[in-house]
Design a protein around this ligand. Sequence first.
Ligand code: ZN
Length: 294
Amino acid sequence: MPDAVLSAFSEDRDLLVRAAETTALVEDARLRHRCSPTATAALGRALTGALLLGSLLKDRQSILLQWRGGGPLGPVVAEGRPGLTVRGYVARPQEDLPARRGKLDVGGGVGSTGLLVVVKDLGVREPYTSSVPLQSGEMGEDLAYYLLTSEQVPSAVGLGVHVAPDYTVSAAGGILVQALPGADDGRVERIVENFAAMGAVSDRLRRGEGPAGLVEAALRGVPHRVDSIGEPRFFCPCGPERLDAALSALTPEEQEEQYASEGEIRARCGFCATEWRRPREGGWEKAGDDARAR
Ligand code: ZN
């Protein structure tokens, strides 16, 4: 199944759904950041969550999710934008944990003693920051809790990543269901029951059900309509303009020192792991494709 994002509404327009398959996108992220299996699962869930929430935003808005749970992976960060692009990283991507009950221990890797910090840039004034205590570090639950307590939107979120024995991503994706104003309690209860019966998101995607299968499972018994809204991708807007802005933090003397010792100035983007170099003559260029090779 190619990566895709679907939008769905209940016929009564009281439930809004986004569902995504992100297998190729998460594999791209794994290669960029050279992630361990546990880091791949954590980053994949974060990216998929940011994708689902970012797909609800308008042009030039963005949402940044930061799990700061105190676990061995360090902070897990993902940013989503309308247009179905995301970027993100894990602070310590090489850390790994033993499996728990046959599953990658995402909760243990992320930790559950800290906060989920959400920065929403709505394109007006200052970005809006809020945070909630982590519920489990399992990420889907944490996002649902954030949406309910900070945005007052009753929501169910399922996120899943399956990593094959050779460390490649064999399935990744997620689903978000939000109750819109006017949704009755029976509707919400129905969705909660459906989520409980749905099983692991990654199992359904591994069976080839795609995001449409997630929507069917989540909205079982609720008449609805589904539309495709496009293909998501990992995209980072870093480039010469932003790098020059960062470079201006160095004094001319400091820049000269780097040219003298290295022959060029090097910079690495934390979000996408792209290595950039700036020779003395000429502008910024990517420093080979080595960062993407594994
Ligand atoms: Zn970048």
